[in-house]
Ligand binder design. Structure first.
Ligand SMILES: [Ca+2]
Length: 314
């Protein structure tokens, strides 16, 4: 007897993002959250977005997420968006996002793809400890192996571990709560690079493509100014990749995690905390899965997903 073929169900996930693509400012703004969102929408067989919450630029993030969903959500499902914490340091203060995430976790267990500072997620964990066991895992773009400087491109300058340094207290809350943490940060993401030719197909008359291109291209040029190469690393796509394409990454499993305070490598004459992983750490109860390498095929997937999103819009 043969069993009827079944399609594997997508994993239902919550997305928390500090999306800022296109925000009007003195300089172009980071575009990786937008790329991760567009990618997630291309894999409805793998992931189903239950809800999206914004952090840091909560109001702008809300608007631009709605704009991108209107263009790229072809899943046939409505995906609600909630405004979260505007300052990355008001952990404990409830907002639309924390209430919605808590409600979702009361209904089902979920993994949380948190590609910004962890303020919203930590607020839920701190205020609703009964929901901690409902969080399957939190996948974040942060962390490093000890001594690894974050020097993209021609290594002209070091950058910080942004999501962590914006709100270290929230990371502490999640690790202390024993939440299963997946760190997919600089070390694995820096293998990815989108240059001008990689995105040129978006430079066309189609409104969504053109708008996205008009944000991506200045971001590439701004990166050349800072790091010496024309193009950018789509950082936040690797934590998404853990969910959609886990075989394209190499991981240290169950690796001890510590926050260590030392001289800052980004700010002279000051100290800062570093979120570090090492099997040599023995005095910490914190553990994580740590992505340390992205295999080359994943970059093609990022580009193919953008191509597919573009094609679906014609
Ligand atoms: Ca982000």
């Amino acid at each position: 007897m043969t069993l009827p073929a079944t399609t594997p169900k997508p994993r239902r996930i919550w997305l928390d993002t500090d999306i800022m693509i296109g925000m009007k400012d003195q300089t172009p703004r980071e575009v990786d959250d937008a790329i991760a969102l567009i990618m997630a929408l291309q894999h409805p067989d793998q992931v189903e977005l239950v809800g999206i919450s914004t952090v840091t630029y909560a109001n702008y993030g809300y608007e631009v997420t709605q704009k991108l969903l209107a263009w790229y959500n072809k899943t046939g499902r409505d995906i609600p968006v909630y405004r979260g914490s505007d300052t990355a340091n008001d952990v404990g203060t409830e907002n639309d996002a924390t209430r919605a995430l808590a409600d979702a976790l009361r209904t089902e267990t979920l993994p949380i793809l948190a590609i910004g500072p962890l303020t919203n997620v930590a607020t839920v964990v701190q205020n609703h400890p009964e929901l901690i066991s409902q969080i399957e895992e939190v996948i974040v773009c942060a962390g490093r192996t000890p001594g690894l400087p974050f020097k993209p491109g021609l290594e002209k300058m070091a950058v910080g571990d942004y999501n962590f340094e914006m709100d270290p207290a929230s990371f502490r809350i999640l690790f202390d709560a024993g939440v299963k943490m997946v760190l997919s940060g600089y070390e694995c993401s820096v293998y990815l690079f989108l240059g001008k030719t990689d995105i040129e197909f978006l430079n066309n008359a189609n409104e969504p493509d053109k708008w996205v291109y008009d944000q991506l291209r200045p971001w590439q040029q701004f990166n050349e100014l800072l790091f010496g190469v024309d193009g950018f690393v789509p950082w936040d796509t690797t934590p998404l990749g853990y969910l959609t394409h886990p075989d394209y990454f190499k991981y240290y499993h169950d690796i001890p995690v510590q926050i260590n305070v030392r001289a800052s490598d980004t700010d002279a004459n000051s100290e800062k905390p570093y979120l570090e992983v090492s099997y040599d750490f023995h005095d910490t109860p914190w553990r994580a899965t740590y992505a340390y390498k992205t295999l080359p095929g994943f970059e093609e997937i990022v580009i193919d997903d953008l191509r597919q999103a573009s094609a679906r819009n014609r």
